[in-house]
Design a protein around this ligand. Structure first.
Ligand code: PXL
Length: 274
């Protein structure tokens, strides 16, 4: 059995965070483990507003010992870290255990939460974790934050951001244009367009745009799928390309949880066989 880990927040609503990661790992036939960094909750009496409760450093470290020292992994990803010590602990274990298959999902906001959670925290994440990442998976907002560009809203800007982010140490960069790019560039957009940069050349990855409002957890699922592909021995490029197919399938079967939110459906493809 191939073992894999996520270092991420728990999303109590189940669609994003480590819940999305573990569901995705399962679909790839892997044994998934999780170190919880924060617990995110949503308030049904306050328009689904998010609250984030960090897990104590001591508790995070104990989980990391269990996973990295106690078991060992073929690959790992990080998602919402939420604190400076979570960034530092992640760096220590990924570096200390020589995890080459490390995917950095630079989670800075929850969808709908609006703005960067904490610019200094994002800077720390960039400094400490980008140099360890086999792949970093920013959306357009995160690509702007990581690159320092004002806005990233066109494929040309996505390329420019990817190059800057690679210069900061990431081995490869996967900038996700997705539905956001299509929304911002409404002329002739039936594609979800993402860009992969391997440090030398760019590749545009396109799939049919799934027109749904229910996209909660799409970023987590994409990064988890890339990590799972790496754990299974795919090249970074092939892991990214397969993850793009996986998220398209997942989103094509997304569904609402309530009036505010709906997740993708990583295991949905199996329903065809039930
Ligand atoms: O989708 C970003 C995200 C990541 N991680 C956790 C979350 C969210 C958004 O809600 O709750 C734990």
């Amino acid at each position: 059995m191939i073992k894999i880990a996520t270092i991420a927040g728990s999303d109590a609503s189940g669609g994003a965070g480590l819940e999305a990661d573990l569901k995705t790992f399962e679909e790839y036939g892997l044994y998934g483990m999780a170190a919880v960094t924060v617990i995110a909750t949503m308030d049904p009496d306050a328009g689904w507003g998010h609250q984030v409760f960090p897990v104590k450093e001591e508790v995070l470290r104990a989980q990391m010992e269990t996973i990295f020292k106690g078991v060992g992994v073929a690959a790992a990803k990080s998602g919402m870290l939420g604190t400076f010590y979570a960034v530092e602990v992640t760096r220590e274990y990924i570096e200390g255990y020589g995890i080459r298959n490390y995917v950095l999902d630079p989670v800075m906001v929850c969808k709908g939460a609006g703005e960067a959670l904490n610019p200094e925290l994002n800077a720390s994440l960039a400094e400490k974790l980008l140099p360890l990442a086999a792949v970093v998976t920013p959306n357009l907002f995160e690509a702007a934050q990581l690159s320092g560009l004002d806005t990233v809203s066109t494929p040309a800007r996505m390329r420019e951001a990817a190059r800057i982010i690679a210069d900061k140490g990431a081995r490869t960069v996967f900038v996700k244009g997705g539905a956001k790019l299509a929304e911002q560039n409404p002329s002739g957009t039936d594609a979800a367009l993402d860009i992969f940069f391997d440090g030398t050349s760019f590749e545009v990855l396109e799939s049919p745009l799934i027109k749904t409002g229910w996209t909660h957890g799409a970023g987590c699922t994409t990064a988890a799928a890339i990590t799972a592909g790496l754990a299974r021995g795919l090249s970074i490029h092939d892991a990214v390309a397969l993850a793009k197919r996986f998220i398209t399938e997942s989103l094509s079967r997304s569904f609402p949880l309530n009036k505010w939110v709906g997740p993708g459906n990583p295991g949905g493809w199996r329903q065809e066989f039930r």
